[in-house]
Ligand binder design. Structure first.
Ligand code: SF4
Ligand code: SF4
Length: 470
């Protein structure tokens, strides 16, 4: 778990030899973090209100008769800010993911784990919803510890039942929220409007995700960040000495030591009160330096600021800062690495923007049937045989017609196929293209064709037409 460029106060790194969530005898170390209070916590509460409102309202927002955001991984259909990305647009999806990853690298290099502390659904729900329910029902950290050690009396049964029932209800809400983003609210609401027996897979999905979220927030908790999440493990390679993080200013704090009344203080500003450790939801001591377990929740900033206030020292012993700011008293946010990532991101977004703007609603593949030759008709026209596939790249039904451009002639569909395209659907078949011989000057002619819906041209494409040599 060693992370390079760590903000560390001395050479003792023995704390890295063990995992804070596991005791010496290999058992789970259950954390009872104290309730955080302070400026940063209040900011996070307001931010949480905003982000949860956004999270719960977004599935109901529609744009062009479709959800603003949809991540239907089961059918490989995605809608990102109103842009439908179907199975044929895998390149668009790939490019979006690639630019998202570059953005993550850039963001993390500059702001460290700001995402983890403020916006990650795991931290937001765990610290701002489930933890709050726990404090409300079981009391503060000390009361929780006592309750867990107490025998199963009436009070314990009532409090534990109330807490886990509340956890279950919130887990159920989160499961519905997740499925609203995957399937859309219309699909999800069928379970309310129609008999459950007609939607067994959907109902099973809600139950399964409720169980997963309940397990996550009732039992897994901090270990979702410290053991499961891959993002936390990438921090070591994404951050550098200029990255902004929640950090302990060891230049100012060390050597640490208790406050003694009526004695001149020779130590640093850290009074070794352990309040920063007591509030930490992942059970670490920030004074050991940057650690993978730190989710930048800011609880230790508030705890330390409260102590600094009480003892009359300047606040900010733990604060948002960087290794360079602590040691060299200077920080450079725009480094070569940041500029490189920015350039790459601008390039990717430019390509992505161009591809979105130039994207057509349909994608047609029309190829001459393998092994087929031209047919000379008695009316001096030439016929070629083609196979075709038309893909619908939208989330709406399309009734296309195909027309020849710039040359007289006609298309005769074999078996009169129905060209109606379902949302993200595909239609295929065989078509004869008949062109008057006088319109063909050479053996190989490039024909231009267009796909229309009504009078709206959706796509233009070309194919090769073969005729006898003149
Ligand atoms: S060290 Fe501080 S910021 Fe990091 S997780 Fe613990 S309390 Fe939160
Ligand atoms: S809360 Fe501040 S003063 Fe107390 S131990 Fe932590 S860093 Fe030191």
């Amino acid at each position: 778990m060693k992370i390079p460029n760590q903000l560390i106060s001395d050479s003792d790194e023995s704390f890295r030899d063990h995992f804070s969530a596991v005791t010496e005898d290999g058992k789970r170390n259950w954390f009872y973090p104290q309730k955080p209070t302070g400026k940063w916590h209040t900011r996070r509460v307001w931010f949480t209100v905003a982000i949860l409102t956004l999270l719960f309202v977004t599935p109901f927002i529609t744009f062009n008769d479709q959800p603003l955001l949809l991540f239907n991984v089961l059918e490989r259909k995605f809608i990102i800010f109103g842009i439908f990305i179907g199975p044929q647009d895998y390149w668009l999806f790939g490019l979006t993911m690639l630019s998202f990853m570059v953005f993550i690298v850039l963001f993390t290099t500059i702001f460290g784990r700001l995402w983890c502390g403020w916006a990650c659904p795991q931290t937001v729900f765990m610290e701002m919803v489930f933890r709050k329910i726990e404090y409300a029902i079981e009391g503060n950290a000390t009361k929780q510890k006592l309750l867990n050690k107490a025998p199963w009396n009436t009070e314990k049964i009532v409090r534990k039942t109330a807490k886990y029932a509340a956890f279950l209800i919130v887990s159920f809400l989160i499961a519905n929220l997740l499925l609203a983003y995957v399937l859309g609210v219309d699909e999800l609401s069928k379970i309310i409007r129609e008999p459950i027996s007609e939607h067994i897979p959907l109902f099973s999905g809600i139950i399964a995700f409720t169980a997963i979220f309940y397990f996550n927030f009732a039992w897994l908790r901090d270990q979702a960040c410290t053991v499961v999440c891959p993002y936390g493990r990438l921090q070591g390679v994404l951050m550098d000495r200029n990255t902004i993080n929640v950090a302990y200013d060891y230049e100012r704090g060390e050597p640490r030591g208790k406050i003694h009344k009526n004695q001149e203080r020779t130590e640093g500003d850290c009074i070794n009160c352990h309040q920063c450790v007591a509030v930490c939801p992942t059970g670490i001591d920030i004074r050991n330096g940057l650690q993978m377990e730190c989710v930048n929740c800011t609880a230790c900033i508030d705890a330390c600021d409260n102590i600094m206030d009480k003892v009359g020292f300047e606040k900010g012993l733990i604060r948002y800062t960087s290794e360079n700011a602590i040691v060299k008293k200077t920080n450079k946010l725009i480094t070569t690495r940041v500029v490189g990532a920015m350039v790459m991101l601008v390039l990717l977004w430019s390509v992505l923007g161009f591809m979105v703007v130039s994207r057509t609603d349909t994608q047609t593949m029309l190829l001459r049937a393998p092994g087929s030759q031209y047919i000379e008709n008695s009316d001096r026209s030439i016929t070629n045989l083609y196979t075709f596939k038309i893909f619908n790249k939208t989330n709406q039904t399309i009734n296309p017609t195909i027309r020849l451009e710039g040359v007289s002639g006609k298309l005769i569909f074999a078996g009169k196929p129905n060209l109606a395209l379902d949302p993200a659907g595909m239609v295929e078949g065989t078509v004869f293209i008949v062109v008057p011989a006088e319109a063909l000057k050479k053996r190989k002619t490039t024909l231009t064709l267009s796909v229309f819906q009504g009078n709206e041209k959706l796509e233009e494409f070309e194919t090769t037409f073969i005729a006898p040599e003149k």
